[in-house]
Every structure is written in structure tokens, then in C-alpha cells.
Design a protein around this ligand. Structure first.
Ligand SMILES: O=C(O)CCC(=O)C(=O)O
Length: 293
């Protein structure tokens, strides 16, 4: 598997950063998110997994080792763990970190905002056939095709554990018709065999950015027992239109507890809560074909 090009050397050179994103459809940046905060979120999520009996008894919490049969996003056994993750202020705060915001302003060349819906992934080993299949985010996100997706490991993710892979240059094929597939999101698309999949090991603090039309997928987890924890969120420039579903929490279609009223009640007064209601120029339209994230 070929590795991502690291783009840290282009930080501070916005036009080169924009050109690389335009050319390759992704940017891979090391050491962007604050390590201590990422590790804090990772620890909390692993505690929820441990309380649910998903971790191997007696193992070190931060190793994230599981001997539990795989549980897929959306299954009933997953709801209560995920509701705790979604109620964590520190989890939602990570996307609002200054450094990320500044990079996005360089890319959009205007004020930017993070879409409120923020997604955590708890991907089990021994479940590769139900991993996230190749897809484009635009199917789920809608709105402007310029919206940028961000994917971040919650803790180190060695190559053997997987993470996300990117089909370099795939954004240039336009929107690809989806067809049903197993795994998160429930859809897949055609993969141009002339294009190359890229991957990397991920370290705490790394950030992978990609375009809404860039095809990406989960990389297989080759370990028998390591959970893969990650988060993904999206940014738009203020002149870009987003869809209303992305103002709501992930899995809001299930109703409570996946509503802001329930999730942010402990941190309703923090700047992380409902920041989008304070943005004067938000352009929102209905999502014509809402898919799950
Ligand atoms: O982490 C995953 O398995 C899926 C992530 C994804 O599809 C995304 O970030 O858009």
C-alpha cells in the first residue's frame, strides 16, 4: 500500500496547500490536533467500551483490546455507548480547535465553520467485510461539493489496525452513483482501477482532510483484537450551503437520546454548544436525499 504525502511543509503557504488538495483530493497533516485532548477523548470512549463489556478483561484500557464479537455502528448494543460519546463536550470541541480553523480559512479563503454533526467510529476487528466501503461523502453530506471532510485517529493507529484509505485523484470523476453495501453508510461506489489507494499509519494528533467527492474507505484491520477509534467532521466556507441534517447530532433520526437537548444538557453554557446558532450567515437547505453518515 502506498502512503499519503505529508503536507505539513505547505502549512503557511495557502495557495500550494489548495493546489495539492485540488490535485490529489486529500491533504494529510501530522500533529495538528492537541495530543492531550485527543488522548482524553480516546480514554473516555474506551471507558464507555469497558463499561459495556467490550474490552478484554484485565487488559490495559488504552490498548483498546477486545475479545467481544463485533458490534456494528447502528446495532442496538451500540446505541448506549454511542450516546455517551455524543454527550461528551470534549469530543465535539476537538473539531473547533484553532489550528484546524486556520487551515480551513486558508483552504476556503473566507470565514469558515465546522458542521455541527460530528461522528465517532468504534470499528471492531474481525469484521472487515462490514467495514466502511468505498464511497463519497457528498451522498451523505449534500450541500456544497466544496465541503471538506476531516478524519482523525483517536490515539495511534498502526497500519495493521487500518484507519482510513483514500483513492487519490478520485474526486475528478464527479458524483458516482451509489449502490447498497454492508457497513457504515450502507452504500458503495465504483472504484476506478487506474487510481491508487493510499494509506498510512496514524498518530495521535494527525488529521486527514479530503474533498466531498474523494472516494475513501476503511482500511482492513489485520489484528485479531484491536479496536479502531476515530472521529470525522466537516468544514464549510461561510458562503457555502450546507444541509439541515448536519445541524443535528449523528443518528438524530433515532430520536432521543440523539438530540442536542439531551446530549448537551451538561454543557449547554459552553462555547461548544449550539455555536452555529450564533453564526449570522449560515446558508442551510433541506437534504433531498439524506443518507446516514
Ligand atoms: O472511519 C470510517 O470507517 C469511515 C469514515 C468516513 O467514511 C468519513 O470520514 O467520511
Amino acid at each position: 500500500m502506498r502512503h499519503f504525502i505529508e503536507s505539513n511543509d505547505l502549512l503557511g503557504q495557502p495557495s500550494l496547500l489548495r493546489k495539492r488538495l485540488r490535485d490529489d483530493g486529500y491533504l494529510f497533516l501530522r500533529n495538528i490536533l492537541p495530543t492531550a485532548e485527543v488522548l482524553h477523548v480516546q480514554r473516555r470512549i474506551l471507558e464507555y467500551c469497558q463499561d459495556a463489556g467490550w474490552l478484554r478483561p484485565g487488559s490495559d484500557l488504552m490498548e483498546g483490546l477486545t475479545d467481544h464479537p463485533p458490534i456494528l455502528e447502528g446495532e442496538p448494543a451500540w446505541h448506549s455507548v454511542y450516546a455517551q460519546v455524543q454527550a461528551l463536550e470534549a469530543f465535539h470541541r476537538l473539531k473547533l480547535y484553532d489550528t484546524v480553523h486556520r487551515i480551513m480559512e486558508d483552504l476556503f479563503q473566507e470565514p469558515v465553520f465546522a458542521l455541527p454533526m460530528t461522528i465517532a467510529r468504534i470499528a471492531f476487528p474481525r469484521d472487515n467485510e462490514r467495514g466502511t466501503q468505498p464511497h463519497q461523502d457528498w451522498l451523505y453530506v449534500g450541500g456544497s461539493t466544496e465541503i471538506i471532510s476531516c478524519w482523525a485517529p483517536l490515539g495511534d493507529i498502526p497500519e495493521a489496525v487500518g484507519g482510513l484509505r483514500i483513492l487519490k485523484g478520485s474526486h475528478k470523476a464527479g458524483f458516482l452513483a451509489p449502490r447498497p453495501a454492508p457497513g457504515p453508510g450502507g452504500n458503495t461506489v465504483w472504484v476506478d482501477p487506474s487510481l491508487e489507494w493510499l494509506q498510512s499509519d496514524y498518530r495521535t494528533g494527525d488529521l486527514l482532510l479530503f474533498k466531498s467527492l474523494t472516494v475513501h474507505a476503511a482500511a482492513d484491520n489485520h489484528t485479531p483484537d484491536v479496536l479502531r477509534l476515530s472521529m470525522d467532521f466537516r468544514y464549510a466556507g461561510e458562503s457555502h450551503t450546507i444541509t439541515d441534517a448536519w445541524l443535528k447530532p449523528h443518528f438524530h433520526w433515532l430520536g432521543d437520546p440523539f438530540s442536542w437537548e439531551v446530549l448537551d444538557k451538561e454543557w449547554r453554557d459552553s462555547p461548544t454548544a449550539r455555536y452555529w446558532e450564533r453564526l449570522p450567515n449560515l446558508k442551510v437547505k433541506p437534504h433531498e436525499r439524506f443518507g446516514r453518515g
